[in-house]
Every structure is written in C-alpha cells, then in structure tokens.
Design a protein around this ligand. Structure first.
Ligand code: NAD
Length: 385
C-alpha cells in the first residue's frame, strides 16, 4: 500500500555523505495564464528545493495551443517523449479563444489532456477541496455552516465507467427514431486500484473514507460497493468506511461538506461532485489536483500529472493578476505523490496558507479589498517559507 514511503531529506547533524536527490519532471505550462502561474510555482519550488537539499531537473515542453502553434499538434510527439523520460508532469492549463474555431477533435483540451491521461493510464484523480476559514466569504455556502472553512479530498476514478464504455453510439431505429447509447462498465480490478489510492490518501488524513455510488439502481454500483467494502476490510481495517448514494452526496456536500474527509467515486459521479466541491470552495485559483497513473516512475512511486483545477482564464491572462496558488499547491502534490517528499510538500502547503491568511491576496480572493499580483503572491509564499 502506497503510504508515504520515504523522504529524501539529508540526515540532520551527521557527517553521513549524501548526494542531493534529483527531481526529474516535465513542465507543460500550456496557454494564457498557464505560463504566468507556472513561472511563479517554479520559483517557489526552487526555494523549497534549496531548503530541503533537492536538485530540480525540469524540462519545459509545448502543449495545447502552444503545441498547435509551434508543432501543429496539441500534444507534440517531442512533448510526449519528454514526459515519458520524466518522473512526473507539472501541467499548467490549455485552450482558449485563439483555438476555439478548430474542429473539436483538434482543440487543445481534447487533443492534449485526454491523450496524456490515456497514454499514462492516469486512473486516479485526487482533488483537495480546501477553503481556509479566512476565505469562507468566497464560498456560496453560508459562512455559519463552514465556520472552519472546508478541508476534504475527492478521489475520482478517471479512466473507466460511462465515458469510455463501449458501445457508445447513436443509431437510427427501424421506426425512424434516433437512439443513443453510452455504456457504464467497471471491472473489479479497476475498483480495487482506485480504492487503494483512496486508502493511501485517507491514511495521510483522518482515516475516514466515504464511497459514493448508486447501488440502489446501477449494477456497476453494486459491484463498486461490494468491492470497496471487501477491499477495505481485507487491506485497511484501520479505515472507517461509509457509503452514500450519489444524489444524497450532492445534497450533503452543500449542507455540510465537513462531514466528509476523503470521498471516492466512479468517473461520472466524480466529474460532477468534484466540480460541485470546487464551487463551494470559492476560487479556482486556490485548487490543485493530481492524476496518478497505473505505472510507477523511476523511484517506484506513482507517475502523475499535477495541475490546477481551473483553466487558462483568458479573461485575466497577460495582466499579471492570476492567482498562482493552485499551481504552487500542485507542485506540493507532485512532491508528495511522485517523489515521496511529504515534508517538503507540507512546507509549501503551510506557506501558502500562511501567506493567504495573513492577508496576501490576489484579486479573486480579495473580495474587493486590496489585492496583489501573481508575482507578489508568489513572493509572499516564499517569504512564508
Ligand atoms: P477557467 O477556469 O479558465 O476560468 C473560469 C473563471 O475562473 C474565470 O473568471 C477565471 O478568470 C477564473 N480563474 C481561473 N483560474 C484562475 C486563477 N488562477 N486566478 C484567478 N482567477 C482564475 O474556465 P473557462 O473560462 O471556462 O475556460 C477557459 C479556457 O480554459 C477554455 O479554453 C477551457 O477549455 C480551458 N480549460 C482548460 C482546462 C485544463 O487545461 N485542464 C480546464 C478547464 C478549462
């Protein structure tokens, strides 16, 4: 089970020879605010690397609109090769008005993100839902329902279920009517591997896991519930497991999000619930995510893609006002999951919290008060480090 397996920190107060660990990752900044927030996240990461005795070996590559403009393809082969020879991918975001007239299949999001997910079998999407109590005004939920803010994690299965099952087609029936079909399929092994990811995450938090399904109606959900129950009983008796139907979960998320700690669910339910969670957490500028692959990297840890939950924000791009925190927090997730560096990851998370809660705010979280720009926000995080 992937507990936080090791840390690269040099031994304290000893003369033990120590070679500085090298973190090899691809940097795919993408479009519009992507490069703006990525530059600041890398600056923060360099600072942490200095503190923790780490060497960063990152290689930048074009993706999305930048891939189309410079190589004729949203996911250029050269970019894919760089990702393949890395231990993780730090991703910005892709797409925007400049490429909207392209056929849907060639558009940056569809032609870059989906193939990367498929290529690396990124089956587990981990999204922290985090709202500091000082920012509760950003949430559409009444402040008195979330006096301490929100702190939960949504784990979504990403490569199975309704979005990928076959048949998936529209046909004309003999009576001339049109009929469309999507197919929801899950294998036990797919459910087991996402459960293992959820357990590993729950173990880094309160050891509480809520599995969300629709087992009163769907056959796939019956298998889901049975598999999760058996897997947790066998491999993680330390985890307190509960189950909830997805319609109830959608309501409970707005009624009282803090009844949840870690939730795990299938692809489509997770797509919807994780967006609901993002909305109740206020600004997209604060939310990061990790997509973990089935494969291991050269360190024997999960290969993963780490990115902000939001998009390229063309409306604010080029103005130097985008919030870099989501991208900075994505680097923390990368350190934790793909490099096993929990202490360095926590260092970043604590610094972001300290910077924001002590008053350094970009416009999206300033509620009309004084705000600072992208670079100054990163400076505030570095100061907090
Ligand atoms: P968006 O997430 O880019 O923006 C929605 C709103 O949130 C905007 O008002 C934006 O200014 C704000 N916002 C987002 N990130 C912010 C940040 N870091 N700091 C401050 N404010 C921030 O969604 P959209 O406008 O629907 O999409 C814009 C483009 O991004 C589209 O082309 C879309 O396809 C693409 N997109 C890409 C990804 C991805 O690469 N993973 C995800 C979502 C959307």
């Amino acid at each position: 089970m992937a507990k936080i397996p090791f840390t690269f920190a040099p031994p304290a107060d000893t003369d033990t020879p120590f070679s500085m660990p090298t973190l090899k990752f691809a940097v795919l900044a993408g479009d519009y605010i992507g490069p703006e927030v990525m530059a600041e996240a890398l600056r923060v990461l360099e600072h942490v690397a200095g503190q923790e005795g780490l060497v960063l070996q990152h290689t930048a590559a074009d993706v999305g609109g930048a891939g189309i403009d410079n190589h004729g393809k949203a996911l250029p082969d050269s970019t894919l090769r760089i990702c393949e020879s890395s231990d993780a991918i730090l991703f910005g975001s892709v797409g925007g008005p400049k490429w909207e007239k392209l056929p849907p299949k060639e558009q940056p999001e569809r032609a870059a993100l989906l193939p990367i997910r498929k290529h690396f079998t990124l089956f587990a999407n981990i999204r922290p839902g985090l709202l500091y109590k000082e920012l509760t005004a950003a949430s559409p939920i009444k402040t008195d329902r979330i006096p301490e803010g929100i702190d939960m994690v949504c784990i979504r299965e990403l490569t199975g279920g309704l979005y990928f099952g076959k048949p998936k087609e529209t046909t004309t029936l003999p009576d001339g009517d049109l009929q469309a079909v999507d197919t929801m399929i899950y294998r036990k092994s797919e459910i087991e591997r996402i459960t293992a990811t959820a357990i590993a995450t729950a173990r880094t938090r309160k050891h509480k896991l809520c599995s969300i399904d629709k087992a009163n109606v769907l056959e796939t959900s019956v298998l889901w519930r049975k598999t999760v129950t058996e897997y947790v009983a066998k491999h993680a008796p330390d985890i307190e497991l509960t189950h909830m139907y997805v319609d109830n979960a959608a309501m409970q998320l707005v009624r009282g999000p803090n009844q949840f700690d870690v939730i795990v669910t299938e692809n489509m339910f997770g797509d919807i619930l994780s967006d609901e969670m993002a909305v109740i957490c206020g600004s997209l500028g604060m939310l990061s995510s990790a997509s973990l692959g089935a494969g291991k990297n050269s360190l024997g840890l999960p290969f993963g893609l780490y990115e902000p939950a939001g998009g390229t924000a063309p409306d604010i791009a080029g103005k130097g006002i985008a919030n870099p925190c989501a991208q900075i927090l994505s680097t923390a997730l990368m350190l934790r999951h793909s490099f096993g560096l929990d202490r360095a990851a926590s260092r970043i998370e604590v610094a972001v919290k300290k910077a924001v809660t002590s008053g350094s705010r970009t416009a999206d979280i300033a509620f009309g008060g004084a705000s600072i720009g992208t670079r100054a926000m990163a400076d505030a995080v570095i100061s907090a480090l």
